[in-house]
Design a binder for this molecule. Structure first.
Ligand SMILES: Cc1cc2nc3c(=O)[nH]c(=O)nc-3n(C[C@H](O)[C@H](O)[C@H](O)COP(=O)(O)OP(=O)(O)OC[C@H]3O[C@@H](n4cnc5c(N)ncnc54)[C@H](O)[C@@H]3O)c2cc1C
Length: 413
């Protein structure tokens, strides 16, 4: 059995968090062995384009699709092992057992195992033509379905459902979205801006059904051809996209006896209950900026937490505690969300909420807790500084588009 015995850092999961952790270890001056293990066969890549450009411009991959160029792994002396699974984490023997029968010794491990899609479990769920979206392979298969005039149904209108629905409309498909909650993207946008987004989708020709479920899936010759809604209505379809959330990949951590709570529990240095093992990205349950803990399924978190963990291993530990930030692109709209936008804070609108360009500040006790921008990314920079520096704001000035937000920073700085 091949054993790599130069003990170093073994990173399990070769996507955004894993790729960035490997890169950041070298940037921070770490000189030991780095092994990056991933069960996908593709070089670590960006998932955000999978629901956007990869579907709307299917003939080419976007520029900068891969986290690092293939040459960077060799140049940085990163032992990249793709298409293999880490099967067991032996914390006593300090080695990881891989699906190809080999073992890799470690001094520290970074778990970047991410999450997998939650699958439907009703009759008809295994029919052909039912799609989920997490990997490049999933995106390519889904893209094949998006022919002009094709009737595409969606179960779930969270971030992935809403983005793919927009991409399907761009490809000329007939789109119906079926969401059990009364608003789309409820967890990310809250009720007011979720309702605003539903209106945008309707304006773009999406048949948005809210507060509505699917009671059964219909098929013919092994392929989906429709669904029956809870109210008995039959909807004919050519393909069905399911976006009902993800499940963190916890099996290795659980078997290794690490503390688990809807994710691998980590401290502010991304360290698990075993100090030699770190966990980062979608799989980690971390301390949150406004208190409490949670698992964040965002690009920024996966990237930044991985970098902080790498620096901690390289002897440059700093607490990782940032307000959450994510973006989504749908139709001609870029939405960015910072901090907490679903609290019951006062909402201060800057611009016209009935348009496709405005910002919404969530203010509590004169402090900004959250910010949502719609085609108004330029408010994000100053908004972030106001939030992070806890600078009290005058809500009248905040709403006044004639006042440069940077002036609010100066006034109280
Ligand atoms: C379609 C899509 C669009 C998105 N768009 C946005 C967006 O617009 N904005 C935004 O902020 N965020 C977006 N996100 C979220 C963001 O991409 C994720 O938060 C990020 O990719 C998480 O990275 P990760 O490395 O933690 O986990 P993952 O991306 O899940 O990667 C984990 C990797 O580990 C592998 N793995 C798991 N177990 C093992 C094992 N035992 N052995 C070996 N390998 C293993 C998995 O196969 C996977 O390759 C999007 C996500 C998706 C799916």
């Amino acid at each position: 059995m091949a054993v790599t015995d130069a003990k170093g850092v073994v990173i399990i999961g070769a996507n955004l968090a894993g790729g960035r952790a490997a890169e950041a270890l070298r940037t921070a001056g770490y000189e030991g062995a780095i092994t990056l293990i991933g069960d996908e066969t593709e070089l670590p890549y960006e998932r955000p384009p999978l629901s956007k450009e990869v579907l709307t411009e299917p003939d080419t991959l976007p520029a900068q699709f891969y986290i690092l160029d293939s040459a960077d792994y060799a140049e940085n002396n990163i032992d990249l092992r793709l298409g293999v699974r880490a099967e067991r984490l032996d914390t006593v023997g300090q080695k990881v057992e891989l699906s190809d029968g080999s073992e890799v010794a470690f001094e520290q491990v970074i778990l970047a195992t991410g999450a997998r899609v939650r699958r439907l479990n009703i009759e008809g769920s295994d029919l052909k033509g039912i799609h989920y979206l997490r990997t490049l392979e999933d995106a390519r298969a889904l893209s094949e379905e998006l022919k002009p005039g094709a009737r595409i149904g969606f179960i779930g209108m969270g971030v992935i459902g809403a983005e793919v629905a927009a991409s399907a409309r761009k490809r000329g498909c007939e789109v119906i979205t079926i969401e059990p909650l009364e608003i789309p993207m409820a967890r990310a946008l809250g009720p007011r801006f979720g309702a605003w987004l539903a209106q945008v989708h309707r304006e773009e020709g999406v048949d948005v059904r809210l507060g509505c479920g699917v009671s059964s899936i219909l098929g013919e010759q092994g392929r989906v051809n429709g669904v029956i809604l809870n109210d008995g209505e039959q909807v004919d379809l050519d393909a069905l996209v399911v976006g009902i959330g993800v499940i963190p990949n916890l099996e290795l951590a659980e078997a290794a006896g690490l503390e688990i709570d809807n994710g691998i529990v980590v401290n502010e240095f991304a360290q698990t209950s075993n100090p030699a093992i770190y966990a980062v990205g979608d799989v980690a349950n971390s301390p949150l900026y406004f208190g409490g803990r949670g698992r964040c399924e965002t690009y920024q978190n996966a990237q930044d937490q991985a970098i902080f963990a790498a620096r901690a291993i390289a002897g440059q530990a700093e607490p990782y505690l940032k307000p959450q930030w994510f973006w989504t692109d749908q139709f001609d709209i870029n939405i960015q969300v910072l901090g907490d936008v679903i609290s019951d804070a006062e909402v201060v609108i800057r611009g016209d909420e009935n348009s496709r360009q405005f910002s919404a500040f969530f203010v509590q006790d004169n402090l900004i807790r959250g910010l949502l921008t719609v085609n108004q990314a330029k408010d994000m920079g100053a908004g972030r500084r106001l939030l992070e520096r806890s600078i009290p704001v005058d809500t009248v000035a905040l709403a006044d588009v004639n006042i440069d937000l940077r002036q609010l920073l100066k006034k109280t700085a």
